[in-house]
Ligand binder design. Structure first.
Ligand code: PMP
Ligand code: GLN
Length: 399
């Protein structure tokens, strides 16, 4: 007898979460970080910074521990952080969020996403429309919820969706349109006409919008536009973000989700029994971060943009075709001209060959679409300048 019940075993296997020998398939990020540790290669795979975030934020966490913020916080999050999230949404986007009823703190954006999907899916006929390539937890969460995944392709060079394909994917069966803007892995920032069309389609088919905006402060060319600010979007949108990217604290796992009170109540019913609460001393520290001056936020974006420049120049010198990102941690490059038309195989040999770890875009698509992204590789730019320069040097001399 297998210890994993049949229905879930089939679902997990179908979603690529369980290997045929019954072992758990590690995430591509964990696998690639292990490859970096094993080979000593520079890790441009998993997206985490190698420098600490703002001292004020780190100090606030230390003093919260010292002053005894070490027991369960309230289920929705500590009032000061709920207020800070509300103030942040007003200050940057003009969005009104009632801190008492329209926002909850979660264990990272990951829990906000999974709890939202679990809360909002009604049954096996419900569909979730995602843009593909997509962040790996999306398909897993949709599988957990027992719903169907419908994908809309994002293709090089600009990685914007084709509006006709988008319109064809959204139907009356669509329960959720799941947006990630700025986008991981492609670095795309959706054009306003794309956001407008998503809202129009959600309205026409009475679907909800769940939007993952963890890279909101890392948009390089224009201030970020939350889809919830578009006319008509607010009443049907859950907006998710996280402190991890904004304050270089990916290990803290402090995220949040805000939206109409009825939707937030639904998400809370799930969140309450997933983690209940998390990160008690980290919550006041994130509140300090969200209230930092504008220069912190613009500085973070421009520093990361400069890092992408260094990385992109190194990749181009090595022979890759580079798709300069508009936002986020990652640069995508095409390795086809360098014999990397099978990017998955290319990335397996890259640590030994060039001393660099990267992630093939095939890790972010469903099996039937692997061919569409077969030569594309994702490189993380959220590393120290000297590390990126060394990676660029290694890449330029290895092919
Ligand atoms: N969404 C996207 C697009 C991400 O890239 C990540 C992780 N980097 C997450 C969600 C997860 O965020 P968190 O670590 O806050 O759970
Ligand atoms: N979000 C990070 C990335 O895209 C990884 C997070 C994780 O390891 N699950 O690389």
């Amino acid at each position: 007898m297998s210890v994993i019940p049949g229905a879930w075993r089939r679902t997990a296997a179908g979603a690529g979460l369980l290997a045929s020998d019954g072992t758990v398939v590690p995430t591509i990020f964990a696998e690639m970080s292990a490859a970096a540790a094993r080979t000593g290669a520079i890790n441009l795979g998993q997206g985490f910074p190698d420098e600490d975030g703002p001292a004020e934020v780190l100090d606030a966490a230390r003093s919260a521990i010292a002053s005894g913020a070490n027991q369960y916080p309230p289920g929705r999050g500590i009032p000061d952080l709920l207020s800070a999230i509300s103030e942040h949404q007003k200050r940057f986007y003009g969005l009104e969020v009632d801190p008492g009823s329209e926002v909850i703190v979660t264990a990272g954006a990951t829990e906000a996403l999974t709890a939202s999907i679990l809360a909002l899916i009604d049954g096996p006929d419900d569909e979730v429309v995602v843009f593909e390539p997509y962040y790996d937890s999306y398909a897993a969460a949709v599988a957990l919820a027992g719903a169907k995944l419908r994908t809309v392709p994002l293709r090089a060079p600009d990685f914007q969706p084709d509006l006709e394909r988008l319109a064809a994917a959204v139907t009356d069966r669509t329960r959720i349109i799941l947006v990630n803007d700025p986008h991981n892995p492609t670095g795309a920032v959706f054009d306003r006409e794309v956001l407008t069309e998503i809202v129009r389609l959600a309205d026409a088919h009475d679907a909800l919008i769940v939007t993952d905006e963890v890279y909101e402060h890392l948009a390089f060319h224009a201030p970020h536009t939350p889809i919830a600010t578009l006319p008509g979007a607010g009443p049907r949108t859950l907006t998710i973000s996280s402190a991890g990217k904004t304050f270089s604290t990916t290990g803290w796992k402090i995220g949040w989700v805000h939206g109409p009170a009825a939707l937030i109540t639904a998400v809370l019913t799930v969140k309450q029994y997933l983690t209940y609460v998390n990160g008690s001393p980290l919550q006041p520290a994130v509140a300090v971060g969200l209230r930092l001056g504008d220069e912190y936020f613009t500085g973070a974006a421009s520093a990361l943009a400069a890092k992408h420049e260094i990385l992109g120049a190194g990749l181009a010198a090595a022979g890759f075709s580079v798709f300069a990102p508009q936002g986020g941690y990652f640069t995508v490059a095409d390795a086809t001209a360098m014999g990397g038309s099978d990017a998955a195989a290319f990335c397996r040999t890259l640590p030994e060959r060039a001393g660099v770890v990267a992630i093939p875009l095939t890790a972010f698509v469903s099996d039937e679409h692997r061919e569409d992204v077969s030569g594309l590789v994702r490189f993380a730019a959220c590393k120290r300048v000297d590390v990126l320069e060394e990676a660029a040097r290694r890449l330029a001399t290895s092919f």
